[in-house]
Write a protein that binds this ligand. Structure first.
Ligand code: SAH
Ligand code: MG
Length: 220
C-alpha cells in the first residue's frame, strides 16, 4: 500500500510511463512476483547512471527487467548493461521487456547463479556501476565481487539493505538479515569507500550507495 509520502513524491515527479507499465503487466501475466524496485528508486538508478557517465553497468538480479530498463535507458547508445538472473523464465520475460523498450541493443541478460557468473566477468573491462538486487544470503560475496569488478571512482548500489527489521534489531538473527547487516558494516568501514544508506519505502527499506574512492581516505 502506498504511503502518503510515496504518493506525493510519485505524483510530483513520475509521469506515466507506457514501457514501464507494459513491463509490469508482462511480469504479472507471467506470474512473476511484484518485487521490483519502487518507481522512485528506479528514477534514482537512472539518474545515478547518467550523472556518473557510466557506460558499463552490472546488475545482479534481473526479475522482469524493470530496474534494468531504468538502468539501460540512462546509458549512452554504445553503453552496456549486463544483468545476471538465475531463473530462465524471469530472463525470458525481461528480454521481452527490454526489447519492447528498445533496449535490446544495450542490455544483455545472462542466466545462471550470480556466484557462478561473476568470475566470468573478471577478464572483461571493469564496470562503472553495479546494482545488487538478488538473493540476500550471498550479499557479502556479491559486494566483494562488485569491489573487484567496478573501477575506482565507480559506484555500487545495493537494494533492500534495511528490508528486515532484524537488521537494526539483530536479535531476530535470521541469516538473510545477518548477511545484509554484514554488507552494511563492510561498506560503512571500508576505507576505499564513501557510502551511505538512503531510506526508501518510508524507512521500511533502504538502498546502499557506495562510491569507490580514487584516493584513500585521509586520516581524520
Ligand atoms: N532488480 C529487479 C528485481 C530483482 S528480484 C527489479 O528491481 O526490477 C531478485 C531476482 O534475483 C529474482 O528474479 C531472482 O530469480 C534472482 N535471483 C535469485 N537468486 C539468484 C542468484 N543466485 N543468482 C542470480 N539471480 C538470482
Ligand atoms: Mg530489491
Amino acid at each position: 500500500m502506498d504511503t502518503t509520502t510515496a504518493t506525493y513524491i510519485r505524483d510530483l515527479f513520475l509521469e506515466p510511463d507506457a514501457q514501464l507499465e507494459a513491463a509490469l503487466q508482462r511480469a504479472a501475466a507471467a506470474g512473476l512476483r511484484s518485487i521490483q524496485v519502487p518507481p522512485e528508486l528506479g528514477r534514482l538508478l537512472g539518474m545515478l547512471v547518467r550523472a556518473s557517465g557510466a557506460r558499463r553497468v552490472l546488475e545482479i538480479g534481473t526479475l522482469a527487467g524493470y530496474s534494468a530498463i531504468h538502468l539501460a535507458r540512462a546509458l549512452p547508445a554504445d553503453g552496456r548493461l549486463i544483468s545476471l538472473e538465475i531463473d530462465q523464465r524471469h530472463a525470458q520475460v525481461a528480454r521481452e521487456n527490454l526489447a519492447h523498450a528498445g533496449l535490446a541493443d544495450r542490455a544483455e541478460i545472462r542466466v545462471g547463479a550470480a556466484l557462478d557468473l561473476l568470475p566470468t566477468l573478471s577478464a572483461d573491462p571493469p564496470f562503472d556501476l553495479a546494482f545488487v538486487d538478488a538473493d540476500k544470503e550471498p550479499y557479502p560475496a556479491y559486494f566483494e565481487w562488485c569491489m573487484r569488478l567496478v573501477r575506482p571512482g565507480g559506484m555500487i548500489i545495493v537494494d533492500n539493505v534495511l528490508s528486515r527489521y532484524g537488521i537494526i534489531h539483530p536479535q531476530s538473527g535470521d541469516t538473510e538479515s545477518q548477511a545484509i547487516a554484514a554488507v552494511n558494516q563492510a561498506a560503512a568501514h571500508d576505507p576505499r569507500l564513501d557510502a551511505i544508506i538512503l531510506p526508501v519505502r518510508d524507512g521500511r527499506d533502504g538502498v546502499l550507495i557506495a562510491v569507490i574512492r580514487t584516493e584513500p581516505k585521509a586520516a581524520p
